[in-house]
Design a protein around this ligand. Structure first.
Ligand code: SAH
Ligand code: DHB
Ligand code: MG
Length: 292
């Protein structure tokens, strides 16, 4: 393990580690504010006893406003911190992969730690020996996925941006996954078509997480590359609720909405979609089983 690189990161930023260290105190502090909400209805209940509490009314109007998105984001992030602190210990290779991604200027759009572990568990549960990822970024989700593989397994991950691919390749190597993981540079649609053409051995598990406008194409090509009984997970399928806007002209939203139409009419798959909230805001995963 290159000592200089992680040392530099933890000195320069130590962001993730500090976050982990701080989590206890900050989650305690914020746990207080989490509790503050349940207290509001309690006061309301107590109110009938004090009739002259008329001036308190504004509080009443404030509490039933569940549309205050910033507060929700804070709460979700606080809860995510607690959950990650409890259940998702992250080792140096994972935290360093995010630090290096930051330092290289990559966008902070990796899956959250608890989501990464969720993907890891899904891949394990499905018994995946060959995993395909579409959209590598700095390799954070790739590390989680590759760690679900048995010895001799394979992760292939597709990335269009050479800077991202370079950071990811180094991050995977530092995690000791160089032999298990291969980053393929290029437009994912082309890389997928190449894999089809090359007669690639079928994949057991596919994580679709690149540009959202192309999701329908990624799904179509994935069906050619995955085995019967295989599992597909699609990220970012809710986008703060925008997916439910039938009038949307956003290319990302249209990509997800088209996928849903395709899935709904596709007898070869069984699928569901769940919303998620957390440090990444309000979003969702679609889980698709390719019927055996
Ligand atoms: N799976 C990563 C996050 C991926 S972000 C993680 O959770 O850690 C989306 C990535 O898809 C970005 O790195 C972006 O460069 C890449 N991407 C966007 N369009 C692409 C395309 N047409 N082909 C391949 N990769 C693409
Ligand atoms: C974006 C992409 C992602 O894969 C993600 O998880 C969050 C955001 C984006 O392109 O904005
Ligand atoms: Mg994503």
């Amino acid at each position: 393990m290159p000592k200089s690189a992680p040392a530099k990161k933890s000195a320069a930023k130590a962001k993730t580690e500090v976050t982990a260290a701080k989590t206890k105190s900050s989650s305690k502090a914020k746990a207080g504010s989490v509790r503050a909400k349940p207290k509001i209805p309690a006061k309301t209940v107590a109110k009938p006893m004090k009739r002259k509490a008329a001036p308190v009314q504004p509080k009443r109007t404030r509490s039933p406003q569940p549309t205050a998105a910033p507060n929700h984001d804070q709460l979700w992030t606080t809860v995510d911190r607690y959950l990650v602190d409890m259940l998702v210990p992250q080792d140096a290779a994972l935290t360093a992969s995010l630090d290096d991604s930051d330092q290289a200027g990559l966008p902070a759009i990796s899956v959250a730690p608890n989501q990464g572990k969720f993907l890891h568990l899904l891949a394990k549960i499905s018994g995946a020996r060959r995993i395909l990822e579409i959209g590598t970024l700095g390799g954070y989700s790739a590390i989680w996925l590759a760690r679900a593989l048995p010895p001799g397994g394979k992760l292939v991950t597709l990335e269009i941006d050479p800077r991202h691919a370079d950071v990811a390749t180094k991050n995977l190597a530092r995690a000791g996954l160089a032999d298990l993981a291969t980053v393929i540079l290029g437009r994912a649609v082309e890389s997928l078509a190449d894999l089809v053409e090359a007669g690639a051995e079928p994949f057991d598990f596919v994580f679709i997480d690149a540009d959202k406008a192309s999701i329908p194409e990624y799904f179509a090509l994935t069906l050619k590359l995955i085995r019967a009984g295989g599992v597909i997970v699609v990220d970012n399928v809710v986008r703060r609720g925008l997916v439910a806007d039938a009038a949307s002209t956003d290319a990302n939203v249209l990509g997800v909405r088209r996928l849903n139409e395709i899935i709904a009419a596709e007898p070869r798959v069984t699928a569901t979609s769940v919303q998620t909230v957390g440090s990444k805001g309000h979003d969702g995963f679609t889980l698709i089983l390719v019927n055996a």
